[in-house]
Every structure is written in structure tokens, then in C-alpha cells.
Write a protein that binds this ligand. Structure first.
Ligand SMILES: O=P(O)(O)OC[C@H]1O[C@](O)(COP(=O)(O)O)[C@@H](O)[C@@H]1O
Length: 331
């Protein structure tokens, strides 16, 4: 490997670890609000901490999946410039997708699996998804291309997966948000013989779980936030798997808004690469404990965080345990 290639690789690795620092900051801030019944305060603390942590990341970043429009969200709004070079110019041009607190209600109730999430791509790498629902389907790595399709029934998708994996449908687990709107899909999956993992919130985890054998999840189905769909696609691009999504609009005003954000075909079925293309990085830190990440653990004078970070370029997945000393560096 040439010296230039080596340097570029080190820049990437360092940037990935910088992203962990950003999600750690948000998770630590949100953790003060675990179980306190105030999801907005938890979210606000995470957003503020993440915004501050971005200031020293060596990028010239633009938030494309964020906390809302400029006039409604003071920090990490869509279009906001972040990073060390945001004001001066220079540095890597990057698009940023954030969910400072994925699972605000989970945090407020002290439930499992809340996390702080960030993804980074080269300029233009992320679908500019409006804040509407997205119908999603995802599987982990190891299946032939096209094994799943959003336009097939749950039974058809499960049959194709079972055949490809050489197992019965009864050995496959489908993860889905526990929502009334999923009643039919839940019924169809059960009728096909699959097992279900119904989660109260947090479908970024639901999708990523398909690529992590220890979670026991094989297939993710159902609708959730479109911004969360893009973040999940970024993670799957790094870790491997297949995903499709389609935006779901409730009225014409949402379609007009989406057009303004560059969505020309409101009925388009997006592949994983349409949602997150090029070189992508993804990082998440647990706020509360779940099957993927441990939550923030308080220790005398500090806290321990547990994060995951991955890069599409290398396909490497790293788990990072951070030991934070509040006497030296208060949160
Ligand atoms: O609760 P809804 O309306 O079904 O929305 C689903 C979305 O909400 C979440 O469960 C949690 O989102 P918040 O962190 O904003 O509370 C997401 O993971 C998911 O995409």
C-alpha cells in the first residue's frame, strides 16, 4: 500500500472514531434523563451535546437527515453546516445523518434499546428523506440478491428466505414495530409460521439487528420513520445485507414538501444504495441496554459507554467501550 493510501485509510479510521465521540456525547447527555418521563428533555440534551461534539470533527459537513427544518429546530436542522471546517471551508465535504436520540420514549420510560446515532457519507450520498413514514424491508448478509422485495407478501418473502437459508419458515424471526398499523403484516407472518419480535420503538436497531446473528432477527418488516430508514440503510451498507424502502405520504402537502427536497417520484421503491451510496460510516452509542449495545453505566466519578462503529469501505465493525472520567472532562 502506498504512503498516500495509508494516510487516507488512517484519516478514515480516525474520522470513524470521531463519530463515536459524537454519539458518546449525545448518549451520555441523554442518559441523565433515563426513566424521568420527559422525552423532549432527553432529546434536547442529546441534540445539544451532539451539536457541540461535532464542532471539533475535522469535516465540512451538511446535515441532510436531522432534527427538522431550520425554523422549527434550533440545532442540527436540515441544511445546517457542522464540523471544524464548517465556517472556514476546507476539510472533507460530508453529508451527515443524525438521530441524537433514537428512542425518545424508550429513554423516558427507561425501556431497552435507546441509542444515539450518526452516519456520514460523501456529499450527495444520502437520500434526503422527509420526515414521513417509510415502508421498510431488510435482511442481513448471506442471501442471494433479490431474496426480499417490498412488493411481495410476507409469506413470499419468508418462503424465499427459508429456501435460500435451507431452514423452515418456523426458524425465521421477523422484527417489527409493535403498532396497530402492522396488524395485517403481523397476522400474515404468524400465518406463514414465522416467529416475531415486536419492538416498542427503535427501528434503526430493528434493521441493523438483521445483520447481527446474536440478536436472532432474520427479517425486518413494516413502516417507521423515513429518516431512521436512511440511517439504517447506512448501517447495512457497512455491515452487509439488503434493504428496500418506500416513502408513505399522508397528504398532498407532504408530497409537495418531498418534491422540494428533491423527491421526484413519490412512489419510488428505494434500494439500500439509493438511500446510502458511496463510502459510508455509521456509529451508535447505547443510551439504554438492548441486544446490540449496552446502555450508559454510571460508575463513581464517571460512566462507561458502549458503541458500534462501521465503515463501508473496509466492512469492519468495531465495538468501542468508553470509560469517561467526569472529574477530568465533565459532561
Ligand atoms: O412511533 P411511530 O409513529 O410508529 O414512529 C416510528 C418511529 O419512532 C421510533 O420508534 C422512535 O422515534 P423517536 O426516537 O423520535 O421517539 C423510530 O425508531 C421509528 O422509526
Amino acid at each position: 500500500m502506498s504512503e498516500t493510501e495509508n494516510k487516507a485509510r488512517n484519516v478514515d479510521r480516525n474520522l470513524a472514531l470521531e463519530l463515536v465521540r459524537v454519539t458518546e456525547a449525545a448518549a451520555l447527555a441523554a442518559s441523565s434523563w433515563v426513566g424521568k418521563g420527559d422525552k423532549n428533555a432527553a432529546d434536547g440534551a442529546a441534540v445539544e451535546a451532539m451539536r457541540r461534539a461535532f464542532d471539533s470533527v475535522a469535516i465540512h459537513g451538511t446535515v441532510v437527515i436531522g432534527e427538522g427544518e431550520m425554523d422549527e429546530a434550533p440545532m442540527l436542522f436540515i441544511g445546517e453546516k457542522v464540523g471544524l471546517y464548517a465556517k472556514t471551508g476546507g476539510g472533507m465535504l460530508a453529508d451527515i445523518a443524525v438521530d441524537p436520540l433514537e428512542g425518545t420514549t424508550l429513554t423516558a420510560k427507561g425501556g431497552p434499546n435507546a441509542m444515539a446515532v450518526v452516519a456520514l457519507a460523501n456529499r450527495g450520498g444520502f437520500l434526503h428523506a422527509p420526515d414521513v413514514y417509510m415502508d421498510k424491508i431488510a435482511v442481513g448478509p448471506g442471501y442471494p440478491p433479490g431474496v426480499i422485495d417490498l412488493d411481495r407478501s410476507p409469506a413470499e418473502n419468508l418462503a424465499a428466505m427459508a429456501k435460500a437459508k435451507g431452514v423452515s419458515i418456523g426458524e425465521l424471526t421477523v422484527c417489527m414495530l409493535d403498532r396497530d398499523r402492522h396488524r395485517d403484516v403481523i397476522r400474515d407472518c404468524r400465518a406463514a409460521g414465522a416467529r416475531l419480535m415486536l419492538i416498542p420503538d427503535g427501528d434503526v436497531f430493528g434493521v441493523v439487528a438483521c445483520a447481527q446473528p446474536e440478536t436472532g432477527v432474520d427479517l425486518y418488516l413494516g413502516s417507521g420513520g423515513a429518516p431512521e430508514g436512511v440511517l439504517a440503510a447506512a448501517a447495512l451498507r457497512c455491515i452487509g445485507g439488503q434493504m428496500q424502502g418506500r416513502l408513505m405520504f399522508e397528504d398532498d402537502a407532504q408530497i409537495v414538501r418531498a418534491k422540494e427536497m428533491g423527491i421526484d417520484d413519490p412512489g419510488k421503491k428505494y434500494d439500500m444504495e439509493d438511500m446510502a451510496s458511496g463510502d459510508v460510516m455509521f456509529a451508535a452509542t447505547g443510551v439504554t441496554t438492548g441486544p446490540m449495545l449496552r446502555g450508559v453505566r454510571l460508575i463513581p466519578g464517571g460512566a462507561i459507554t458502549h458503541s458500534i462503529v462501521m465503515r463501508s469501505k473496509s466492512g469492519t465493525v468495531r465495538y468501542v467501550e468508553g470509560h469517561h472520567n467526569f472529574k477530568v472532562k465533565p459532561i
